[in-house]
Design a protein around this ligand. Structure first.
Ligand SMILES: [Zn+2]
Ligand SMILES: [Zn+2]
Length: 281
């Protein structure tokens, strides 16, 4: 029982850490820079920790950039406000993800013009069905060895198999539906405490949508973003270099065309903070 719980939480937090630290904060938002070699180490660790549910960093990043620009509008790949349940939202998200991955659908160029980490050789291995199945067999073997006589623990296995999407579903659903808001972002993003800690800062969606390039998702004294604390240490160790944060909304990152909810679109230099700049109404 103890071994299973340790395995479960280790897998949960390691996979989540690379989800937020590498896929979200690096691949999507470029909150820090690092050497090519270190990038590859992070890429590899993201695969090893996500295992059977590895999410391709490029496809993830493109979809996530879409999410920020179109947050809670119909073009948002995963707004909970357009689906009656979380399953419907995740199936829709999965379809867009696979269309980008297979090349069946080409993303709008505004979402690919900023840097995107790729590693085609590793992607090929990580995305192969054989490798994904081998990961699920490894998780299952661990359970077969350590779970009996507590057979109910096997109910946790599907979470291991789908770790990345499960965590994504919680963040996308709860983070845009439940909780409090520090800012008016023109969308439904929320800070869903007290779960921020369990999701390593990812559930401060309201703060994050206010300032998409700020590596610290916490704002108030009672909020804590554990991933940012780790990033500060990695910065001090010079493993990564955090970019100076543009606090002023007009100081911006490389351009993205922003689609406003009132239909007009124009180009300005912001990846994610765009909404509150334009939605003061
Ligand atoms: Zn969001
Ligand atoms: Zn984001």
């Amino acid at each position: 029982m103890v071994a299973i719980l340790i395995f479960f939480f280790t897998h949960w937090f390691l996979s989540l850490f690379f989800h937020t630290f590498f896929l979200h904060r690096y691949a999507s938002h470029q909150m820090y820079t690092t050497s090519k070699r270190t990038e590859r180490v992070f890429y590899l660790l993201t695969w090893l920790t996500q295992g059977s549910s590895f999410l391709n960093p490029r496809a993830y990043a493109v979809m996530h950039r879409m999410h920020h620009v179109h947050s809670d509008t119909e073009q948002d790949p995963h707004s909970p406000h357009f689906f009656k349940d979380v399953m419907g939202m995740m199936v829709h998200t999965k379809n867009i993800y696979h269309a980008f991955l297979s090349g069946e659908k080409m993303p709008d160029p505004q979402f690919t013009k900023d840097y995107l980490p790729t590693w085609p050789k590793l992607d090929k291995i990580a995305d192969s069905m054989t490798v994904r199945v081998l990961f699920t067999l490894a998780y299952t073997s661990f359970y077969i060895y350590f779970a009996p006589p507590n057979y109910w623990l096997f109910l946790l296995l599907p979470i291991h198999f789908l770790m990345g999407p499960v965590q994504g579903a919680i963040v996308n659903w709860c983070g845009h539906k439940y909780g409090y808001a520090n800012y008016k972002n023109g969308d439904h993003s929320k800070n869903s405490e007290p779960f921020g800690l369990l999701l390593l800062g990812e559930l401060f969606q309201n703060n994050h949508h206010k300032q998409g390039t700020n590596p610290n998702f916490a704002r108030k004294w009672f909020e804590l973003d554990p991933t940012f604390q780790v990033m500060k240490v990695l910065h001090l160790l010079r493993i990564i270099r955090l970019k100076p944060v543009a606090i002023n909304d007009n100081v911006t990152a490389p351009g993205i065309t922003v689609q406003h909810s009132h239909g007009k679109s124009h180009s300005h230099h912001a990846t994610a903070r765009s909404r509150e700049v334009t939605h003061s109404n």
